[in-house]
Design a binder for this molecule. Structure first.
Ligand SMILES: [Zn+2]
Length: 493
């Protein structure tokens, strides 16, 4: 048996000014990982492609590994980057294979294609009309009809924070291997509801998504080959942004349709609970100042790089610095130029430099605004570390050349590659111990809860500035299918 196994992951924020070239997928190399490098990098990791490799090894299959590229969320993928990765996958399929297993995200928008994944699957279908295709997706997939039409079996994460990437790979791959072995005949159905759940209300640790995901898991325990409810990614001005569901059964398309509709109906009934209420920043910081004990998480959720944020807006950190709050750790400001200046000054040096605010945000009509900060360079590192888990456990990470700037009251992590703070490994690489701090400012929305949730005494959500704004009224939607709740309060389905 011969399997093509590949990864091509990107969540595209169409409002983000952060460019998405091939280098963003390559972890500092000229091109993304390929061949044996992929097996070495992902074998035994808690990732979708890690699960595909395990399934192939268990089956004694030959593996073709044309490309593994995963980029932090950002603006539309440059055509050259997309064509490079898509072509490698299509070329591998053209060599002949029994099945294709793809670790994708499901919200990739390129300069030319609003549905990057559907386009890839369509190209594979043109040269291999019958080959089974298993696809692992993120819970934030924006599901286009072409994805359902061309894939054989799809499974998406059932957790947010995403701690089930490996299991999702198994759920996507097993139906395909069962089909090859003559043990199952996957039948898939999917659907949508006209709603954009707010990212801050999407966690599977809380209602209503907790109950919807529990029901999806129960469907699998009762015989569905996979059952997935996608919350969707709303910072994408594309027709199919928002809620969808896909269910795979063994040969029963009507049952798959019924189950997917059940998940969608649950979401629609609970749509009001997916709406987020914003607290003004000054009120949030004042509330945090009065709290006892710690660590208290100060969540800078408008500027999460894992949703396409520039990770360099200074509004929340500025408010913290002005408030006089002490014993704060801030992770992180993306600013390669500031890191460079700190490298030149050296550890122990006292520096005053402009920090953050490098990128304008034209989609919001905002200019980047650096802030002058004075502090001591406490640490400088190369930025490499390994995820401690539970999210993407064991995966080798690279936040680029990084440094800690200590103002005396606030320790600021400054990094050169976009890295969301969801794993203790990123802090420890910088000599930071979050558990010992009174306040943690995190540029994140939900994923921080994977690695840091257990140590947080409280969380205060801070409305700052950025292209993953929690105020959807700041976003100009022109391509999203309308009406859509809550953009249109009277949306009906
Ligand atoms: Zn996601």
């Amino acid at each position: 048996m011969r399997l093509v196994i590949a990864q091509m992951k990107h969540e595209t924020n169409t409002f983000s000014p952060v460019p998405t070239d091939l280098a963003r997928f390559t972890r500092g190399r000229a091109t993304p990982l390929e061949g044996e490098e992929i097996r070495a990098a992902f074998r035994g990791t808690g990732t979708g492609i890690g699960a595909f490799i395990a399934l192939a090894e268990q089956a004694g299959a030959q593996m073709l590994l044309p490309v593994a590229g995963s980029a932090a969320p950002s603006g539309p993928v440059h055509s050259a980057a997309y064509e490079y990765m898509a072509q490698r996958i299509v070329d591998a399929v053209a060599q002949g294979c029994d099945a294709v297993l793809l670790d994708l995200h499901g919200a990739m928008v390129t300069e030319r294609h609003e549905d990057g994944e559907g386009e890839l699957l369509a190209r594979i279908r043109r040269i291999a009309p019958q080959v089974p295709i298993g696809v692992a997706l993120d819970m934030h997939a924006n599901f286009f009809p072409a994805m359902g039409a061309h894939a054989t079996a799809i499974a998406g994460y059932q957790t947010y924070p995403h701690v089930d990437m490996y299991e999702t790979g198994l759920r996507a791959g097993r139906p395909v291997l069962a089909l090859l072995g003559g043990k199952a005949a996957p039948a898939m159905a999917w659907g949508w509801r006209p709603m954009l759940p707010h990212v801050m209300r999407q966690s599977s640790l809380d209602a209503p998504n907790r109950e919807i995901q529990a029901r999806a898991r129960a469907m699998e325990q009762q015989g569905a080959l996979s059952a997935t409810f996608f919350v969707g990614f709303p910072h994408a001005d594309i027709p199919y942004a928002g809620v969808s569901a896909v269910v795979v059964t063994d040969g029963d398309a009507a049952l798959a349709k019924r189950l997917s509709e059940e998940l969608l109906d649950m979401a629609w009934r609970e749509r009001e609970k997916f709406v987020y209420r914003i607290e003004p920043l000054a009120a949030s910081l004042e509330r945090a100042r009065r709290m006892q004990g710690g660590p208290v998480v100060l969540l800078d959720h408008y500027d999460n790089c894992a949703s396409g944020g520039t990770m360099d807006t200074m509004m929340v950190l500025g408010g913290i610095l002005e408030s006089g709050m002490e014993d704060v750790c801030a992770f992180a400001i993306f600013d390669p130029q500031a890191v460079c200046k700190m490298q030149q000054a050296g550890v122990g040096a006292r520096v005053t430099l402009p920090l953050g605010g490098r990128l304008d945000m034209p989609a919001l009509g905002l200019r980047g605004r650096p802030r002058e900060v004075t502090g001591t360079v406490k640490r400088i590192i190369d930025g490499l570390y390994t995820n401690e888990g539970p999210m993407a456990r064991g995966e080798r990470m690279d936040m680029g050349a990084s440094a800690v700037l200590d103002t005396g009251k606030v320790e600021i992590a400054v990094i050169s590659r976009h890295t969301e703070p969801y794993d203790l490994g990123s802090f420890r690489a910088l000599g930071l111990e979050p558990a010992n701090k009174r306040y943690l400012m995190l540029k994140s929305r939900v994923h921080w809860r994977a690695g840091l949730g257990p140590l947080a005494k409280a969380v205060v959500e801070c409305a700052g500035e950025g292209v993953c704004t929690s105020d959807y009224a700041q976003l100009k939607f022109s391509r999203v299918r309308r009406p859509a709740f809550p953009l249109d309060a009277d949306a009906a389905c």
